[in-house]
Design a protein around this ligand. Structure first.
Ligand code: EPU
Length: 435
């Protein structure tokens, strides 16, 4: 594990152009989809992040030939045969291996994958995955360090998800494409990353009907899938991170590759707060406002305001004149970063109440899932510690927009999801170094 630190000298407006990489939360799933065929698949625009490396390790362990071209950001995965469907351990943990259950079962009839890791942002159970798979003929057994799955008869099913879970929707799709008969997912997650997966699977010969407005996905199982070449969509979370970094430091940045259709709910709030947004050829320009006003944000599944965006946005709201609210309805424990912002001079109160209008699963349970931010505050640099990827980005933006120097530890979190973040930010004028 990295013991590196970032030293950031804040107070400089970011300016210039930065290009977003491919989405890690899409690319890693595309890599898993390649395991459904014995033909080669090429995935382009893959980010060089640790989550990509962990997924490559998983593919390598089961017997795939994995060739990553780091210059081209392209990965070729060829799995003529699954040699080892039992992978109880990997060198590091993330949330991807559980998605390999379907492909491994189709290829060999059994699967064993390590228990999940990922960011500490709530309980993050996988009961929706397990219940859906069991409806489709799979038995999943929880072992001390792994999930072991077997099946005797794979078939489609009608599945009503209790919540539009990204991972559960992906898991069901990855299993249903080769299952006998039809699968219907109601209350499905319809994130752009999932559509990227659907596009890849369609290219491989899968039959999938995508009705995102109704949150319905219908899959007709086919008997075989072929190889394909697919491009990973740009990372929406990176785009938002760079956009907020520009707005919060008083700068102006063109984010190449940012897509308006993926960022509508973010753009609306950025404009409400007082930022300027210019959709241009090949990307979006974000320009800081002279002053910011308070806004109310409620996170929710796509097309809502994404849970991964509230952390950077919170930093911007410390600069807004008045009281802003963030009501987090996706994860119950995603405000751990707030205490560091407070130490930097922000005035933020955390509550277990629903400070919003949206129906929320955390009403009445003691989950600290709402905050109010009273601004404007002048942030000052200090020693802070990242606790997860997106909170880590909030720390970086806070330090970039603060007066003085900050020392950030825990930066292994950011390396999981952002490729060479400090080098790229330096090109925008940021004073950030890794020591
Ligand atoms: N949930 C359950 N049971 C389940 C599955 C989910 O209760 O079986 C709950 C979760 O506990 C959570 C909510 O449903 O409260 C949503 O979870 P979801 O399954 O949608 O999340 P995920 O698939 O585990 C992905 C991303 C997250 C992103 C969320 C929401 C990946 C690898 N991770 O997680 O990204 O925040 O969707 O959009 O795709 C990140 O990149 O930093 C990150 C955390």
């Amino acid at each position: 594990m990295s013991v590196d630190k970032f030293i950031i000298k804040g107070g400089k407006p970011l300016a210039g152009e930065i290009e977003v990489r491919g989405s890690k939360n899409a690319a890693t799933k595309l890599m898993i989809a390649s395991l459904l065929t014995d033909e080669p698949c090429v995935i382009e625009n893959v980010p060089l992040s640790q989550d990509t490396d962990i997924t490559s390790e998983l593919c390598g362990k089961i017997g795939s030939n994995v060739e990553l071209d780091r210059d081209l950001h392209a990965i070729k995965i060829h799995t003529p045969k699954v040699l080892h469907p039992v992978v109880p351990e990997l060198s590091r943990k993330n949330r991807i291996p559980v998605l390999a259950i379907g492909p491994l079962l189709h290829r060999t009839g059994i699967a064993e994958v390590p228990v999940l890791g990922g960011c500490p942002i709530g309980h993050r159970p996988i009961n929706f995955h397990v219940e859906a798979l069991s409806k489709m003929g799979v038995e999943v057994e929880r072992r001390p360090q792994s999930y072991f799955a077997k099946t005797s008869e794979i078939h489609g099913a009608e599945i009503d998800l209790p919540f539009p879970s990204v991972g559960a929707t992906e898991n069901i799709i990855l299993f249903a494409v080769l299952a006998r008969g039809k699968t219907l997912i109601r209350n499905a997650a319809v994130e752009p990353e999932i559509f990227n997966l659907v596009e890849m699977l369609r290219g491989m010969g899968a039959e999938i009907l995508w009705r995102s407005d109704e949150r319905i996905i219908e899959i007709e199982g086919v008997s075989r899938l072929r190889g394909v070449s697919i491009e990973t969509i740009p990372d929406r979370n990176e785009a938002v991170s760079f956009a907020v970094a520009a707005l919060a430091t008083g700068g102006e940045v063109f984010v190449r590759g940012a897509r308006e259709d993926h960022l509508k709910s973010f753009i609306a709030k950025a404009v409400d707060a007082g930022g300027s947004v210019f959709v241009q050829d090949g990307g979006i320009k974000f320009k800081a406002g002279k002053r910011y006003g308070p806004v109310k944000i409620e996170t929710s599944p796509h097309p809502g305001f994404m849970t991964d965006w509230q952390q950077p946005f919170c930093v911007l709201l410390t600069k807004a004149d008045g009281e802003s609210i963030i009501h987090e309805t996706v994860y119950e424990d995603r405000f751990g970063y707030v205490k560091d912002l407070t130490r930097m001079g922000a005035r933020i109160e955390v509550s277990d109440k629903c400070w919003g209008d949206m129906k929320c699963r955390f009403a009445g349970v003691s989950a600290m899932h709402s905050i109010s931010i009273n601004g404007p505050s002048r942030l000052h640099g200090t020693d802070i510690t990242m606790i997860d990827i997106r909170a880590g980005m909030a720390h970086i933006i806070a330090a970039l927009s603060a007066e003085g120097e900050s020392v950030i530890t825990g930066i292994e979190h950011i390396d999981r999801g952002y490729e060479k973040i400090e080098e790229r930010l330096r090109k925008l004028g940021a004073e950030i170094r890794r020591v």
